[in-house]
Design a binder for this molecule. Structure first.
Ligand code: ZN
Length: 240
């Protein structure tokens, strides 16, 4: 096992990890965890409207802009980020990328994994990222999968909140208090200049989830939270 505990975050596009899990990433980074983000696509076709409104834009320039924004956001949150440039609309995962991600699992042996919801009728790349995260996790567990490294145990997988949760059949099952790192998340959101319209939306959502955390028995001091849905059963000796 590596000495430093770690978490693995799957982000379909350049900014998804910021809106949906930026607080969680900053929180675990502040606790000394290594946080590694695997960014499958720059979102160069679908989630870069702001960049495409600029004059003389090209697909390569959009990718450069998104890479720079994303790298800056990851730095602010205290995370490492790796880009796979697997296309956009659609993301297509090669065998080489599959193997590289299996190797990430075996190298990091993460305490838990964050990824997208199973469904998202607004963006087909998000379920692709979910599928990639879950499939490669299973491959990394298999002793017979022909890559070096220790086989993976069974890290829990948490699905972060999609933009329109009802349509994605996603429900919040955990509310994580991210109040201590909210300013950090907000700074990371501000580095996403191609999507300024989302800053306020995700600030409002963080507040709403924070209010719900208090309503569900959390300490009164919670002001901001991020919500997750589990994939696998929680193993426990206590019901709480
Ligand atoms: Zn996305």
């Amino acid at each position: 096992m590596p000495d430093q505990k770690s978490i693995l975050v799957f982000s379909a596009h350049a900014a998804d990890f910021v809106w949906r899990a930026g607080g969680t990433i900053a929180l675990y980074s502040s606790r000394g965890y290594k946080v590694r983000i695997l960014c499958l696509s720059f979102g160069e076709r679908g989630e870069s409207q702001g960049a495409w409104k600029q004059a003389n834009m090209t697909i390569e320039r959009v990718k450069e802009i998104r890479r720079a924004e994303s790298t800056k956001a990851a730095q602010i949150l205290g995370a490492e980020i790796r880009f796979f440039d697997s296309g956009d609309y659609p993301i297509v995962i090669s065998q080489a990328t599959t193997d590289a991600i299996v190797a990430e699992y075996r190298d990091l042996q993460p305490e838990f994994v964050l990824t997208h919801s199973f469904l998202d009728p607004y963006n087909p790349d998000h379920p692709t990222a979910n599928k990639v995260a879950l499939e490669t996790r299973v491959y990394a567990q298999a002793l017979g999968y022909p890559l070096p490294g220790k086989a993976l145990n069974a890290p829990p997988v948490f699905l972060f909140e999609p933009h329109q949760p009802e349509q994605c059949e996603w429900k919040p099952q955990l509310l994580l208090d991210v109040t201590p790192v909210w300013e950090t998340k907000h700074k990371a959101m501000e580095s996403m200049e191609a999507q300024t319209h989302l800053w306020e939306y995700y600030t409002d959502l963080g507040k709403r989830r924070g209010t719900q955390a208090v309503r569900n028995g959390g300490p009164k001091g919670i002001r901001y939270a991020e919500a997750f849905q589990r994939v696998y059963p929680q193993v426990t000796s206590e019901l709480s």
